[in-house]
Write a protein that binds this ligand. Sequence first.
Ligand code: ADP
Ligand code: MG
Length: 685
Amino acid sequence: MPGEARGARGWGGIGPQLAARLAKLDIRGPRDLLLHLPLRYEDETRLTPVAMAREGESCQCELTVISADVVSRPRRQLVARAADDSGELVLRFLNFYPQTRNQVSPGVRLRVFGEVRRGFFGAEMVHPRVRVVDPGEPLPRALTPVYPTTAGLAQSALRKLVDAELQRKPLADPLPAGLRERLGLVALAEAIETLHHPPPGVAPEALQGRDHGAWQRIKFDELLAQQISLRRAYATRRARTSHRLVASGALTGRLLGILPFALTNAQRKAWREIAADMAGGHPMQRLLQGDVGSGKTVVATLAMLQAAEAGYQSALMAPTEILAEQHYRKIAHWLDALGLEVAWLSGGQKKRERRAMLDRLAAGEADFAVGTHALIEEMVAFPRLGLAVVDEQHRFGVRQRLALREKGGDGADPHLLMMSATPIPRTLAMSFYADLDVSQLDELPPGRTPVVTKLVADSRRDEVVGRVRDACLQGRQAYWVCPLVEESEALELQAAVDTHRHLCEALPELAVGLLHGRMKVEDKAGTMAAFVAGDIDLLVATTVIEVGVDVANASLMVVEHAERFGLAQLHQLRGRVGRGSDDSVCILMYARPLSASARARLKVIFENRDGFAIAREDLRLRGPGEFVGARQSGLPMLRFADLERDVALLERARDVATRLLADDPAAADALLEIWFSGREGLLGA
Ligand code: ADP
Ligand code: MG
């Protein structure tokens, strides 16, 4: 591919073009080759007589070619007949190089490796790997590694590169021998050698399942390197200075006094942790984590009041206009009552209004700001920013968080409070979030009625519409969530507009509103306000309502094509109802046929209410990528360890990380060098 090599530089005798291909596999230096470990192994240490070959299993046979012909029907292909003492096997090559054509000729002795199928014409192998051998040629004694590879890079070439690297000086072990022994781990060089060249006699299953001691060592080091790099990042940020936001509790006490509810124990505990962080002289880096409806906003508001009492500004940033607006309304409502003013900043706001807000913030006259990412734009100046709150933090990138930090001015970092309603399973919190302190709201405010979830095939749509009519005529309100169309926002919008029209026609007795992401900001706000005021009975919406919308009288939700949504999304959506004291129902409509994974998701959401249980299942079904979200950009992902299966290793790695960082920083450095070679990216943010 011309141009492919542009920008890539060779290394260690490897030219730029090959280097570019290797880079696609994240191999950027000799050490990366060593850690490019096999995906699986093939067993070429044995020969299987054709007659004994089992359907669907890979095996190796040694055969003599009887005939070989290029036929052109049904399409051009090379078809050879070959046999050993036990029987005959057809070898079929749909695409083949001239070299293969030459190798596979009558009388030649071949070793073929592939999967045997038994069809109408007897046993055959399609696209076997073939090698010409002399009679009596010894078999390999070890399993053959199969590496993940990429276009233009043959297995055999990759194998040679790895082998050449293995011939060089073995890697120095980053872990001290004593520690290694105590942990019962094999030496790193030995583990690497074993995985690339399993010794004779090792069963493929032992390696495949990644339980083998060699894998344990690799996975342990990977987890340990992750722990160490995240802890270091934490410590680096922690070493910076922040203003001590100490307060007597006068303002926060006044808010607590006017709230119509008492804080839950979980809220109280989280609030204590946050208050203590803010009073310290180092930047808080805390994640406030709590299921939908657990009451994070009030905790954030308390933090903002503490900052204000200490004489500093605070800003709360949310990822969407709707969500930011909800926060603004709630916080302004509370702070109004205390005679305090909240500035509102969003991308869609009128120029003049925006200018006025900016001026007040810049002059230090406004202590509280709520908004979208408009808050971190260049022109927004906070002369005394002491606290930044980021809601739904996984939707923001590391860069945006950094930008917020830079707003701190005067050399001190603002304290950072991140909030997330996506519950993070414990193992994930222990690994990918090891660079944050976490406060957990593991308790919902009392008096919530659990939402009843129903799964309904979309053939019963009329019944569902009838149910919406009944509920709304009894004075309740409902959401109708339109199908997600991943491929196209235009189609998604169209689906919402169509659904709205149909529902208006089907329910002439109801006021039906429409809310979607493409509406003008003031139209969105107007529609939401009408829904909050009860002037709209049924709100048809795209997933813009996914997070944060809070209307207690809404007790029925219909989700169309629920099978297209992810688990976290469904859980968030469902959390929009069940906020008042009415019995709430969430109807998940699905269309057949359901894929296996869609079926699995619907089952999980139907059977579980608890966000943590759902998150655990989600992690199991999909892996950590989604949870980590935008954080991913700067975070070392795990290639070998599995958070579900390797909890014990993870726990040990966490303990060892603490000890190593304290007692043997050189060992920690060596480990990071092997795993990341200076590629830790934006971790420090
Ligand atoms: P989330 O954690 O999903 O952001 P919110 O902060 O929006 O949740 O809170 C959900 C609702 O519960 C809001 O109406 C809020 O005022 C209310 N709430 C918060 N804390 C309590 C509490 N301790 N008791 C009763 N209601 C509460
Ligand atoms: Mg919220």
